[in-house]
Design a protein around this ligand. Structure first.
Ligand code: F6P
Length: 330
């Protein structure tokens, strides 16, 4: 029989017993995310098309409509997870508060909560540039008989049982870890399946790419960051910045590099969200041999105090992140 790349479905079944706390539930959650991602992928592609044809007449997807796509992606992911009755709670960057799934008392006895940024980098949709979805899965902390509380969503990133992202780019990819390495799956639209295209992903220890919004230059508050950027330029490194965290992170993961979103005058605590964005990517970075830090802590060791908390983020190749830390200490 002809060899074929493993599909995500096959991969999940094969690895199910190796998953932490394996009971099939985690596999089902990842399966639901896979399904929702297919739907969002379809819509994202269509949105771009509508935008292009929209210029010639009828409907134009700009500002407001783009927000609609955020809302749509949010609804698809939430609804898919709720319909399958596999999680007891969901928190989304799009919502102020977390959602308790079906009755706070018994929660279907489901033991997982999902935190997600359903459509990250959404300002890039109307220009046909890559965007993404980021998700983290945790085990509920309180006893099954107890109602879900905010504490269940405020767990350290290190407590994730799975973390991942979907990149809607020239091809769509789903990359995730359950703490046993990182695997990347590419969407094959004719099959309607994600196939294992990037097994056991590794991040180079060092790299040549630095990714930061250059427009922040005069708003940076830390001399260490200014010095680090100066050093990157002196060393003729390559500056690459898409403005979609998932896409910037993914490129650096594959090629070696570092992504920075430091404190600025506008965002003194950094712009990116700890629970919805940083933690999942930090889990992947570490599992791939990279590193994710804030100013003095590993991202995964930060105790969140609110679900929408922001953090400075330095993530990617280990040596580059370590060099940033050195500069910040000088
Ligand atoms: O979190 C939202 C986000 O769009 C990220 O995807 C991206 O990395 C960042 O904000 C871009 O921010 P800025 O426009 O300030 O460079």
């Amino acid at each position: 029989m002809e060899e074929h790349n493993k599909t995500l479905g096959e991969f999940i079944i094969e690895n199910q017993t190796a998953f932490q706390y394996s009971s099939g539930e985690l596999s089902r959650i990842i399966n639901s995310i896979r399904l929702a991602a297919k739907v969002v992928n379809y819509k994202v592609n269509k949105a771009v098309l509508v935008d292009i044809t929209g210029a010639a007449g009828e409907q134009n997807i700009q500002g407001e409509d783009q927000q609609k796509l955020d809302v749509y992606a949010n609804e698809i992911f939430i609804q898919t997870l709720i319909n399958r009755e596999i999680v007891c709670g969901i928190a989304s960057e799009e919502n102020d508060d977390y959602i308790t799934v079906q009755g706070s008392d018994n929660c279907h006895n489901n033991k997982y909560v999902v935190l997600m940024d359903p459509l990250d980098g959404s300002s890039n949709i109307d220009v046909n540039v890559s965007i993404g979805t980021i998700f983290s899965i945790y085990k509920k902390q309180s006893a099954p008989s107890q109602p879900l509380t905010e504490k269940d969503f405020l767990q350290k990133g290190r407590q994730q049982v799975a973390g991942g992202y979907i990149l809607y780019g020239p091809s769509t990819m789903l990359v995730f870890t359950t703490g046993m390495g990182v695997n990347g799956f590419t969407y094959e639209s004719t099959l309607g399946e994600y196939v294992l295209s990037h097994p056991s992903m590794q991040c180079n220890e060092d790299g040549k790419i630095f990714s930061i919004n250059d427009g922040l230059t005069y708003d940076l508050v830390d001399q260490g960051i200014k010095d680090y950027l100066h050093e990157c330029r002196e060393q003729r490194m390559t500056g690459r910045y898409i403005g979609s965290l998932v896409a910037d992170f993914h490129r650096n993961l594959l090629k070696g590099g570092v992504f920075l979103y430091p404190p600025t005058t506008q965002y003194p605590n950094g712009k990116l969200r700890l629970t919805f964005e940083a933690n999942a990517l930090a889990f992947i970075a570490e599992q791939a041999g990279g590193l994710a830090k804030t100013h003095n802590e590993n991202i995964l060791d930060i105790q969140p105090t609110s679900i929408h908390q922001r953090v400075p983020l330095y993530i990617g190749s280990k040596k580059m992140v370590a060099r940033i830390q050195e500069k910040l200490r000088q």
